[in-house]
Design a protein around this ligand. Structure first.
Ligand SMILES: *Cc1c(COP(=O)(O)O)cnc(C)c1O
Length: 248
């Protein structure tokens, strides 16, 4: 093993232990929460190390970086340069520009950060085109990003509009509604924010029983998110270290 592999292996063991303890403390099954490694700003060699340690799903926040990395990882695993290796799933977790929809649907299995009607329409059109062209085999799973502070600048759907957008996403061709995602507001108590999110998710699941995913929790707050029902924690820093530059 290289120094970097040893470092990542030990970080991954540490995060898995944190997650197992958080599940135990919340009286939840140890496999109730998915660990989604976030590889943004890190090279494909790090994604390959995580792959060799058993990880099969990765989060990215920028279209161009992610599409290259997905193809590079597929090539390093199989020798073939395709949009993504067959046994790897990529998650778009960053804010999505509508004009990037056609590119994103080529590499992403899941988009966590869907927050407007025009974006739902753009992703739907793009996913249908990609399915027709044989560029993807499955509908695109979308999570609606919830705004927990109502600040439109930080992205996310305000809670009062969520019901209508869930209906739109669930009915859109080429998409499936997988659930909700949120990032707690800066300067807010994450415990209160995640409690609001959990209550909102319970309402959504009542109308959309398949929308079971609750994507919440990062390096700093994964224990709190797990206590409030997260089913997917998105972890970058605790696995790969600090990112070289500020990111969204
Ligand atoms: C970068 C990012 C993460 C990972 O955050 P860490 O604090 O490094 O674990 C999680 N979610 C989103 C939306 C991100 O952009």
């Amino acid at each position: 093993m290289t120094d970097r592999s040893t470092q990542i292996a030990s970080a991954l063991a540490g995060v898995r232990e944190r997650l197992a303890r958080a599940c135990a403390d919340a009286n939840r099954a140890p496999d109730a929460v998915q660990l989604l490694p976030v590889t943004k700003f890190f090279p494909v060699s790090d994604a390959r190390i995580l792959y060799d340690l058993g990880c099969r799903e990765f989060g990215e926040s920028r279209d161009q970086e992610a599409s290259t990395k997905a193809a590079d990882l597929a090539e390093s695993i199989s020798g073939e340069r395709t949009f993504a290796a067959d046994d790897v799933r990529w998650h778009m977790i960053g804010s999505v520009q509508r004009k990037k929809a056609r590119s994103i649907v080529r590499w992403a299995d899941v988009v966590h950060s869907v927050d407007s009607e025009p974006l739902i329409a753009a992703l739907s059109r793009a996913a249908v085109a990609a399915l027709d062209a044989g560029e993807r085999a499955e509908p695109l799973q979308v999570l609606l990003q919830v705004s927990l502070d109502g600040d439109p600048k930080r992205g996310g759907v305000p809670v009062p509009e969520l019901h209508r957008l869930c209906e739109l996403a669930a009915a859109a061709d080429g998409l499936t509604l997988g659930g909700l995602m949120a990032v707690p507001p800066l300067d807010a108590d994450p415990d209160a924010a995640f409690a609001t999110l959990a209550a909102t998710h319970r309402d959504v699941v009542r109308d959309h029983p398949d929308a079971r995913t609750l994507s919440a929790g990062m390096t700093a707050d994964l224990e709190i998110a797990v206590r409030h029902g997260s089913t997917c924690v998105r972890v970058g820093t605790a696995l790969l270290g600090s990112r070289p530059i500020a990111s969204d």
